[in-house]
Design a protein around this ligand. Structure first.
Ligand SMILES: Nc1ncnc2c1ncn2[C@@H]1O[C@H](COP(=O)(O)OP(=O)(O)OP(=O)(O)O)[C@@H](O)[C@H]1O
Ligand SMILES: [Mg+2]
Length: 134
């Protein structure tokens, strides 16, 4: 698999979240995703950007266009250096929230993506990677 384009954006404010949504949409269009798949990756990105901001204390997102054989994909990596997640299984459970949310962001992002990976170290930070393939 090769990376054919890389862009990084900060995730430090609500306005940044809006910009992330806009760039994800543009990159999704660029790789030829249809409207439904565009909406899926934008929604997933939105949830992860919100978590980066609300729980991670801000961070950034690396957006990559990737190519594997004849397939193109969009891979997004959200990273923060916040408090991290002690129990990832609990955090992934639908309706679990530590912050008065719906507790559906992480599970939703996973369901809306073709690939989902989360790593977190308490006291050090969190990195979530998703990909959507054409
Ligand atoms: N980047 C992060 N850093 C630290 N904790 C996180 C991070 N992302 C998620 N969490 C933890 O995982 C929990 C579940 O996240 P999830 O996005 O599923 O739900 P929520 O943000 O609480 O609610 P919702 O997204 O539905 O509004 C959060 O409540 C928080 O405790
Ligand atoms: Mg959330």
């Amino acid at each position: 698999m090769t990376v054919t384009k890389t862009e990084t954006l900060p995730v430090r404010s609500g306005d940044d979240v809006v910009r992330v949504r806009q760039r994800v949409r543009a990159l999704a269009v660029e790789i030829g995703l249809g409207l439904v798949d565009q909406t899926k990756i934008i929604t997933a990105a939105s949830e992860l950007a919100r978590n980066t901001l609300d729980y991670g204390g801000g961070g950034d997102v690396c957006m990559e266009i990737v190519q594997a054989a004849m397939r193109k994909g969009l891979r997004l990596t959200f990273e923060d250096h916040g408090p991290g997640i002690a129990d990832i299984e609990q955090a992934m459970t639908d309706h679990y929230t530590s912050g008065g949310g719906l507790g559906l962001g992480l599970g939703g992002a996973k369901r809306l993506s073709n690939e989902f990976h989360i790593e977190s170290t308490p006291g050090s930070g969190t990195r979530v990677t998703i990909a959507r393939w054409k």
